[in-house]
Design a protein around this ligand. Structure first.
Ligand SMILES: [Zn+2]
Length: 333
């Protein structure tokens, strides 16, 4: 996919800002590297204005839009990079993947009478999915999100969400205000074409659950009478600066579980490319009440893998299970 017109004008602004910074730096020290970078920025600006920006110097195909967004000076498509440059890019990606892995919550995280388990699988080396668990000592906070786009640019936004909620949760703000503040910061720091669907929830030791859903796939509530779909939702975060959010509250019984996932799981495709409705997960989960959170995750993953056998994985997949297991109602997990 080539670069979009909206992204192009933003990239032009970015290039102009970089040019100013380079010039300011060059008045203090003149290094060969500064001079070379200035030249490259000027050439990129010429290509933007001449309409040839984002076209590979070598094969004249489009340079990957995602790479241009992270490196506006990129002049070659991935296929035309020299082997050494390709290796350097791979090493950068591996580093990004390690950093992202370090942002995930601890497996088996437990708080406020809740036990948790999750599965996090990037489509490539890095993921645009967001998953985190936190506690303030009284509540379990859980976050699952899906940033628009893929690859490094999406993974950086995922890291952005991660850092933001790590700062916001300890403030103890009401949930909807927490998401509203996150939305303001997020929309101010992303490109207008980028947004994230997001679920932010808070659960306590009495089984009270509050969920704010910003355009994300509905969470599922596993009760001993079947699976309830928590059907409330609002707009994704990052679309508008002054968006309002609302929350839904409900109560769960001991051994009940909540299952939250990204559309890479619900829209699992098989090798023939048939899209499965997310109903398949609900059906599977009907039989999962009272199972431990880890067992629930294992069953879901087994099902997704069997559907996707032989298919190329296209989307990041995240699935989080939270089980209410207060003292005196301990389960196998
Ligand atoms: Zn090329």
């Amino acid at each position: 996919m080539g670069i979009q017109v909206t992204d192009l004008s933003l990239l032009r602004d970015q290039l102009v800002i970089r040019r100013q910074k380079l010039e300011a730096a060059a008045t203090k020290v003149q290094t060969a590297n500064l001079v070379q970078l200035l030249e490259e920025v000027d050439k990129a600006l010429e290509r933007v204005d001449g309409g040839s920006y984002g076209i590979c110097d070598h094969c004249h195909d489009a340079v990957e839009a995602e790479r241009l967004l992270s490196d506006p000076l990129a002049r070659f498509c991935l296929d035309c990079l020299k082997p050494a440059e390709q290796r350097a890019l791979e090493q950068d990606l591996e580093l990004a993947a390690r950093i992202q892995g370090g942002l995930l919550p601890k497996q088996g995280f437990a708080a406020a009478g809740w036990k948790t388990s999750y599965h996090y699988q990037p489509a490539g080396l890095v993921s645009g999915d967001y998953c985190d668990l936190l506690t303030d000592g009284k509540h379990l906070y859980f976050m699952v999100g899906d940033v628009s786009g893929k690859g490094v640019a999406a993974s950086m936004l995922m890291a952005n969400l991660h850092a933001m909620f790590r700062v916001l949760v300890p403030t103890g703000l009401p949930l909807e205000q927490l998401v509203e503040r996150a939305n303001r910061v997020f929309s101010g720091s992303t490109l207008p074409t980028q947004y994230a669907t997001l679920i932010v929830g808070r659960a306590d030791e009495y089984g009270n659950v509050e969920i704010c859903n910003g355009g994300h796939v509905y969470p599922l509530h596993l009760t001993n009478g079947g699976v309830n779909v928590i059907e409330s939702t609002g707009l994704p975060v990052g679309l508008f600066h002054d968006q309002k959010f609302s929350t839904t509250t409900f109560k769960v019984a001991p051994n009940d579980a909540l299952v939250i996932y990204t559309d890479g799981v619900s829209e699992a495709e098989n090798a023939e490319g048939t899209q499965y409705p997310d109903g398949y997960l609900r059906e599977l989960l009907q039989a999962c009440h009272s199972l431990g959170s880890q067992e629930i995750i294992e069953r879901c993953i087994k099902e997704v893998l069997s559907i996707k056998a032989g298919a190329h994985r296209l989307d990041d997949q995240t699935i989080l299970a939270l089980q209410f297991a207060p003292e005196g109602h301990l389960t196998s997990n």
